[in-house]
Write a protein of this length. Structure first.
Lengths: 379, 76
């Protein structure tokens, strides 16, 4: 066999890469020269960006899930048995069930996880929509909300950088549509000195917040939440009262990364252009898992995955490199219940958001369904 | 033993140098220093201002022509 490819993780990046490699390496797979194995954590694939719509009843839960086996190419050996230990020196991975798999090429796509427990009181006192259970509970809390103070609290680092703004703008419109205008106030907190990491997005949303009467507290890095007193306080010394607290919890990388000594915080040091792990020539890292200082987002994972498919398939077939990753990121931004915009940027081109339109919002809704074509590697 | 961590956030737009610095400080131990390289001119003002407000120590902020090198020591 010329190459055993092992992919850790069956989220968007791992799935796109597995499917893309099957298309590129069809004859090698058929001849038994290449084998592709994916180690996943769950039998179902979740469309994560759809979680944003759950609290507003704008998407059905079953639309967010598909069986992973139906999303993956049949030629992929898919095993639900996550990695427990990664040994990049011995080219070997031990799984949680105790299996040992060796590889010629490794793709680490183990993603990120929420760690609300890293801030005292946050898990107990706050709602979140970054997982399905949290999104369901937030929907119930919003349904029961009849007025008061809402805090939308953003912590670093976190994935999907525009989701907190989307939540804030959609929530404001949703509550106004329910007839609660004048009975609630929203305060949005952000870790740095403006409303979004992307300066053009911050410049656009600041007057939008003013127009809607949404308050903000910048330089707010959460120190603690008091669920009994219903207050949230910051490292900078500010304290805000709340009746409903919605948080974007801080994230960390997968535990297996830290436990294998591959990166502090679970983020693997990665070359920003080759997407190879620093110090390795046969270990690719993709999506949220890298330590590259760019957005942790589905589109980032997608564009990086395309680069890895090109390079890994050509390395196997012709022993040469295809191209570098250019840092491309694309994000839709829902600006309410009926309007949206988008930004894209890469390592050399700064972002320039366009004015929101209903057309972009509709395209985003269409993409919520077209996602499955992306995961299958067709889009 | 204190450590020095380095982040090269030049020519990156999101999450940007300061968010990367905040994330790195969370992982660092008290006394560790984090150096961030930034081509965003806002960082040269924002990072020192935030460092003072939150109670960390600004070790240095150096203009290197096409970027800034800013070093912060974690104090708490």
């Amino acid at each position: 066999m010329r190459a055993k490819i092992l992919i850790l993780g069956s989220g968007l990046a791992g799935t796109i890469i597995a499917n893309g490699l099957c298309r590129r390496l069809g004859s090698e797979l058929k001849g038994g020269e290449v084998a592709i194995t994916v180690l996943g954590t769950t039998p179902r694939h979740l469309y994560q960006p759809g979680l944003l719509y759950i609290p507003f009843g704008r998407i059905r839960e079953q639309e967010l899930y598909r069986e992973q086996k139906t999303v993956l190419d049949r030629r992929v050996n898919f095993i639900i048995d996550p990695a427990k230990r990664i040994d990049v020196e011995a080219n070997r991975v031990e799984t949680q069930s105790g299996k040992v798999l060796d590889y010629d090429y490794l793709v680490i796509a183990t993603g990120s996880r929420l760690v609300p427990e890293s801030i005292p009181g946050l898990k107990e006192g706050a709602h979140s929509f970054y997982d399905i259970e949290g999104a369901r509970k937030l929907r119930a809390a919003i349904d029961a909300f009849d007025g008061g103070r809402i805090v939308v609290n953003v912590n670093a680092p976190h994935k999907c950088p525009v989701a907190p703004l989307e939540m804030t703008l959609m929530l404001d419109e949703h509550l106004n549509n329910r007839g609660l205008a004048g009975k609630f106030e929203i305060t949005y907190t952000y870790p740095i000195g403006r409303l979004h990491a992307l300066e053009p997005v911050a410049t656009w949303v600041t007057p939008e917040f003013d127009r809607r009467g949404i308050r903000s507290q910048t330089f707010f890095n959460t120190a603690a939440v008091d669920p009994v007193a219903r207050t949230i306080s910051s490292e900078e010394g500010d304290t805000l009262p709340y009746d409903l607290l919605i948080t974007i919890p801080p994230h960390r990388g997968a535990q297996v990364i830290e436990e294998s000594g591959l990166g502090k915080g679970g983020w693997v040091p990665t070359n920003p252009k080759t997407l190879l792990r620093d110090g390795s020539t046969n270990v690719f890292v993709v999506g949220d898992t890298t330590n590259i200082p760019i957005s942790k987002a589905g589109s980032t994972a997608h564009f990086q995955a395309d680069t890895i498919i090109d390079n890994l398939s050509l390395l196997i077939q012709e022993n040469r490199w295809a191209r570098d990753y250019d840092g491309k990121v694309f994000c839709f931004i829902e600006t309410g219940m009926n309007s949206g915009t988008y930004v894209w940027f890469n390592y050399t081109t700064p972002p320039r958001p366009s004015p929101p339109t209903q057309m972009v919002h509709w395209f985003k809704l269409a993409y919520n369904r077209m996602y499955w074509l992306s995961a299958c590697g067709l889009l | 033993m204190s450590a020095r961590h380095s982040i090269d956030a030049r020519q990156t737009f999101c999450p940007g140098p300061m968010m990367e610095l905040i994330a790195a400080l969370k992982e660092a131990s008290i006394g560790d220093e984090v150096e961030v390289l930034s081509s965003d001119k806002g960082s040269a003002d924002d990072i020192p201002a935030w460092t003072r407000k939150v109670g960390h120590h600004l070790v240095s902020s150096e203009d290197r022509g096409d970027h800034w090198a800013i070093v912060v020591r974690k104090m708490k």
